[in-house]
Design a protein. Sequence first.
Length: 346
Amino acid sequence: MAASPVPPPRGDRTLAGTPVLVLGGSGYLGRHICSAFGGAGAEVVRVSRGAADGVDDDGCRSVRLDLTAAGPDELARLCADAGARVLVNASGAVWGGGERQMAEANSELVGRLAGAVARIPDRPRLIHLGSAYEYGPARPGTAIAEDWPPAPTTVYGRTKLSGSQAVLRAAAELGVAGTVLRVSVACGPGAPASSLAGAVAAHLAAGRDELRLAPLRDHRDLVDVRDVADAVVAAALAPVAAVTGAVVNIGSGQAVPVRRLVDLMIALSGRPVRVVEDPVLRRTRSDAAWQRLDIGRARRLLGWAPRRTLRESLRDLLAAVGAPRPAAAGAATAIGPRNSHGKDSR
């Protein structure tokens, strides 16, 4: 999964002391992005609905704000008050959200945000996290490059694409220094239980003897969440002219069978867990049976390549949830639309 790292083509020499505003900074991707910018010496402000105003243990300042309810004026003031030189949009609604929630968080908010940035005299860079699901279905064996015509058939994919297009329009028409990073499936420590890896990790930590899953037929491009965070930092350091108006794929460049993902997690846990693929369970909410991104542009424009292996990602995920645990009798658990979370976990 990992590729050899290459030196980034840095347009700014350093981020030390640079004010960076991360929207959705308390979420799965956002937490790692804040950490990566903090490690680069930036002054990080995380913004989210659930944040507590003040300075967190990691040294980042937090601001509480319901972004979906914020208008353009409020968003512009937020950027101006923080003195942001880099603005990262890592917010959004994922598969568990309803159609209206996804439209508000993934599309409408991004349009207001791009418009707000255009009104700021000293505009920050805008780095928007899009999704590989914006591309829609692809034939097995395909490596999806950024010029692939997007044709998503799910609400999630369509709303994410609409948000990315808003950023690209603002770059082309309003002079916003906007970049879209289309991220594949992120895994690693902190993966949410709504994801396949997060759900399997939680059940392994709980000591289950059997996992009952929807059929594991798909292939996914899996990238470590910390590599995603490194890519965002690389985008902030890249020459602004090179990345403005650009879409850049962020993934591993490999298609991993999801059955292999599950088997590897079980092997790393050291538990004799039995997997049952139940056709009664809904297969997936995604329209993509095959997913593999071409990440050549990320190498060229950002000097970025993934560094962590899938084994490393899953090992750290299991450690974060307290797995492996000593073997103990456990009831069979179904992971799918009938699981304890009330939603399909992939």
